[in-house]
Design a protein around this ligand. Structure first.
Ligand code: MG
Length: 366
């Protein structure tokens, strides 16, 4: 090797090392645990849950109207080995589901064609809730970014909201996009309470709010400020109702563990007539939810009696229609599949799936 070539090679190596170090340092600051989850081989087998026999006993009907069981189908564990799975969202055009592994600072992707699992995004700014908007763009609620962002069609990232009244948001948790483009999200403090699912920081907002963002002006407005910890959020198929979960019970007994429902005017960006929709979760709680085309509310359940872990389905009137039992605490779910009749369920360390007898609602309803 001549001297000129050697110097060039050394400089290139140094540059690469510097870039790598900078990259690693950046990821560490973003809250990545940096310690891989041990291989789960044998601990949690993939495929239909053990001892499954049709009709699957994991899908329990409590009311004749429950559209849960297809009869000839079972709850399946699709992937495992995550620290804390949350925030699933489905890309119809690509036929894959993405979901957060928050402490590992990554978003995972599972393709429906061959069950191929890969890392979709890392670092992910410890993102939690996600949704795919009507234009097919992914919106993310970033814990360590303390913002809502959107990945555009060309891959660029747009910051949708990171401040209100000149002060930083807490740590956006979940988001929904209405047919008129308005973006509704919740802002509890879970992502700044420690260094595990984000980066610890003091809240700058005096209350934990639900916000709406005007898609044209970018203005961020408070929709509701009377939550202890606003969490999952969903619109009814007709966009007349807004459901918001309060997981305040994590701050101590006596706090809410319920779903509230509001009359919503998506064009005015306002809600009214708030009331409790479902309130039978404590001492556990529900975290996330989606509506089906009939307006039923499908929500997660966990943190209480293990027998209650899973998914619940409530009628639009608030009656519990049925349960899908999952052998782990469940945080969130979404509808996917080519016909939106496949439920993807984020249960702690694993992703589960099953077919149901209904379809997920879209905004606008298609
Ligand atoms: Mg949540």
């Amino acid at each position: 090797m001549n001297r000129r070539y050697f110097l060039a090679a050394t400089a290139a190596a140094a540059t690469a090392a510097t870039a790598k170090a900078a990259s690693a340092a950046t990821e560490e600051l973003l809250g990545e645990t940096g310690v891989p989850v041990p291989p789960p081989a044998g601990a949690k087998p993939l495929g239909p849950l053990p001892e499954t026999r049709y009709p699957d006993v994991h899908i329990e009907k409590l009311h004749a109207a429950f559209p849960g069981s297809v009869g000839t189908g079972a709850v399946e564990r699709l992937a495992t080995g995550f620290r804390w799975a949350e925030g699933p969202a489905y890309f119809p055009a690509g036929r894959y589901v993405v979901f957060s592994d928050i402490p590992n600072n990554r978003v995972m992707r599972l393709s429906e064609d061959d069950n191929h699992l890969s890392v979709f995004l890392s670092p992910s700014m410890n993102s939690n809730g996600h949704i795919v908007d009507p234009q097919g763009r992914l919106l993310s609620c970033e814990h360590s970014g303390r913002r809502v962002s959107r990945i555009e069609a060309n891959g660029e990232v747009t910051i949708i909201a990171d401040r209100y009244n000149g002060k930083r948001l807490n740590s956006p948790n979940d988001v929904v996009v209405a047919s008129n483009g308005t973006i509704w999200f919740t802002d509890p403090t879970y992502g700044i309470k420690g260094d595990y699912e984000g980066v610890q920081a003091e809240p700058e907002q005096p209350t934990h709010n639900v916000y709406v963002v005007d898609p044209h002006s970018g203005a961020v407005k408070i929709v509701a400020d009377d939550f202890v910890q606003p969490n999952g959020i969903a619109l009814s198929p007709d966009e007349k109702k807004l459901y918001v979960i309060d997981t305040g019970v994590t701050e101590g007994p006596g706090n809410p563990a319920w779903i509230r429902v509001f009359d919503v005017d998506i064009d005015a960006g306002k809600v009214a007539n708030g009331k409790v929709f479902a309130n039978n979760f404590s001492p556990g709680f529900t975290d996330g939810m989606r509506c089906d085309v009939h307006g039923n509310v499908w929500c997660s359940m966990g943190w209480g009696d293990p027998k209650d872990d899973g998914v619940r389905c409530y009628s639009p009137q608030g009656e519990m229609l049925g349960v899908i039992h999952i052998p782990e605490t469940v945080a969130n779910l979404t509808f996917g599949g080519r016909l939106r009749n496949r439920l993807y369920i984020c249960g702690s360390t694993s992703l589960y799936g099953c077919y149901v007898n209904t379809q997920g609602a879209t905004q606008p309803r298609l």
